[in-house]
Every structure is written in C-alpha cells, then in structure tokens.
Ligand binder design. Structure first.
Ligand SMILES: C[S@@+](CC[C@H](N)C(=O)[O-])C[C@H]1O[C@@H](n2cnc3c(N)ncnc32)[C@H](O)[C@@H]1O
Length: 227
C-alpha cells in the first residue's frame, strides 16, 4: 500500500496524500488542514472543552499523515488545564521518506518538524508522554484486529470514504467503535451518508448533521446518550 502513495497539494496550501491503488486522498482536496481543524478540532474537541471536560481521551481510526494528532498536540500545548490522551490505529504506516517530506509545521504555529516526526517514529503500543498533559499511543493494527478495555470520550472516525473502503463503514465496525465511547462520548467524522446516520442512531447515539468543511455540504457528529 505504501509504495503507491504520493504527496499532493490541497487548496488551502497544506499537503495531503494520494493513494493510487484506492484512487483516494487522505483529506479533502479543498484543504487538508482546514478539514482536520474544522471536523475534528472545532466540531469534536472544542465541543468537549466547551462543555467543561478536562480529561479527554481520543481514539482515532486512521493515523495516516498524523495531522490530526499534531493538531491535538498543539491544542494540549495551548490548553494546559486539560489532560489529553490520544490513541490511534494505522495498519499501513508511511515510509520515512514521505514523513520527512510532509511539512505541516510551516502552516501550524507553535509546531516544529521534530514534533511531527516523533509522532511517526515513536514505538508502537507504548504510551508516550509527549507533553506533561498529552499522552500519545499508536497501534500498528487494523480496527478489525484492535482490542482494548479502555473507554474514550471522543472518536475521530477518519477512515477512507465508504465508496473506497466500504468495510470500514459497516455497522459491526461502527458498533465496535461506539462501544469504546463512555456515556456522553462524542463520535465525529467528515462523512455524512444516510446509512451511517441510521446505523449510529440504532447504536444508541444522538446524531447531528452539521455543515461540512469547504467543498462538503455536511458532516456527522453523534453523542452517546447517558443511560
Ligand atoms: C483518510 S486516511 C486518514 C487520515 C489521517 N487521519 C490523517 O490526518 O492523515 C485513512 C487511514 O486509515 C488507514 N486504514 C486503512 N485500513 C484501516 C483499517 N482497517 N483500520 C484502521 N485504519 C485503516 C489508512 O492506512 C489511512 O491512513
């Protein structure tokens, strides 16, 4: 999979990746950084912070370029009253060459390239205390194989689109991810298709359709109801 991946430039000036065998990009071509910042930080992390959560555990499906993780690290650096742990899965890690050519630090204030490379180069399956208030853990695993007893209060569901990797959007996998959410936990994704909303609803989540990032009409946020 790695050999058929190349860097592309998106419309906000930030880079993303294009996977030739899937004919799929890792982010919106209208702006990778804009999409990550809007879907996952603004509509996800900000919601928890605004409602007063101080201890935030995030589970991401699809580490990919590491852009979401880097944005969360920056967020933790800027919000020292929060304790954030970030756990992410990636079965197809990027080559060192691609990692060194991805330059998000030029667009994100307060972030340096070594922060970014550390996220990629650190060991798998180990908790890394990256900042006093930011713990990062990554697993070289598919969601299908991954197993944990830990609960989280925020899920970044950043799999490839249903048209490219349909199995990632089947109800059985969504159910597995939603089971990781604690009561009141929040699921966010850039995808807004009807079947996803119906499935999340039938899994007991309150589904909201929100305006999407540039180039996308809608996105989905869903909250696990307290029982
Ligand atoms: C849309 S991209 C992720 C974008 C990423 N969050 C970023 O900021 O670059 C989807 C990612 O899911 C990974 N992936 C593919 N199959 C997977 C699976 N079965 N379980 C978990 N992740 C998977 C891909 O390798 C890819 O990195």
């Amino acid at each position: 999979m790695t050999s058929s991946i190349r860097i592309i430039q998106t419309e906000d000036g930030s880079q993303s990746l294009y996977n030739e065998s899937l004919n799929e990009t890792y982010h919106s071509t209208h702006g990778a950084l804009t999409e990550s910042q809007y879907v996952f930080i603004k509509q996800g992390l900000d919601l928890l912070v605004e409602r007063g959560d101080k201890k935030i555990s995030i589970f991401e499906v699809g580490f990919g370029t590491g852009l979401n993780a880097l944005l969360v690290q920056k967020y933790a650096h800027e919000h020292t009253d929060l304790d954030i742990s970030f756990t992410t899965l990636e079965p197809f890690p990027l080559s060192s060459k691609l990692i060194s050519e991805l330059r998000y630090e030029t667009l994100i204030d307060g972030v340096v390239q070594s922060d970014f490379e550390k996220l990629h180069n650190c060991s798998w399956r180990v908790e890394h205390q990256v900042l006093e208030n930011f713990i990062f853990t990554k697993y070289n695993s598919t969601l299908e194989e991954f197993d944990t007893n830990e609960k989280v209060n925020l899920v970044f569901y950043d799999a490839f689109a249903p048209s490219k990797q349909a199995e990632m959007w089947e109800k059985a996998l969504l159910s597995k991810v939603c089971a990781l959410l604690s009561d009141g936990g929040v699921f966010v994704t850039y995808c807004a298709r009807g079947q996803l909303k119906r499935d999340l609803n039938s899994l007991g989540l309150m589904v909201e359709t929100l305006p999407g990032p540039p180039g996308k009409k809608e996105m989905v946020r869903a909250v696990k109801s307290s029982t």
